[in-house]
Design a protein around this ligand. Structure first.
Ligand code: AMP
Ligand code: ZN
Length: 119
């Protein structure tokens, strides 16, 4: 599996930086955001280094599909209230204009009762 030695999320995957894990399998990791915007805020990443959504190719479709399909159950498990009153926000900041700070593809899953810090 490809890791970038200078990438902070690759270091989390490899256990070189600690994280509070929400979910893990052989291809995917989810962990709590260190600066949460809302009562529920975790990140879902492919373990292999993909720089951003702008770098996604057809070969990535299976892992991206699995990441998406994990969101509802993990959101419920982490305390997002049921749809439609509850729900969550699924965010994938991409590139400079997209507000991406960490160049390893990640989905933010953000939820819980408002108000939230951002949004
Ligand atoms: P983005 O702006 O979409 O690239 O968001 C990157 C997110 O990663 C931010 O919400 C940060 O709070 C979060 N983050 C950065 N470093 C860590 C870390 N070591 N553990 C958990 N979350 C982190
Ligand atoms: Zn990485």
């Amino acid at each position: 599996m490809h890791h970038d030695p200078s990438c902070i999320f690759c270091k989390i995957v490899e256990g070189r930086i600690p994280s509070r894990k929400v979910y893990e399998d052989d291809e995917i990791l989810a962990f709590h955001d260190i600066h949460p915007w809302a009562p529920v805020h975790f990140l879902l990443i492919p373990k292999a280094h993909i720089t951003s959504m702008a770098h996604v190719e057809a070969a990535h479709a299976p892992v991206l599909g699995r990441m998406m399909s994990l969101v509802p159950e993990l959101a419920r498990q982490e305390g997002c209230r049921p749809y439609p009153e509850g729900g969550f926000r699924l965010v994938c900041n991409t590139g400079g204009d997209g507000g991406q700070e960490v160049p390893h593809l990640h989905f933010h899953v953000i939820g819980g009762p408002r108000p939230w810090l951002k949004g």
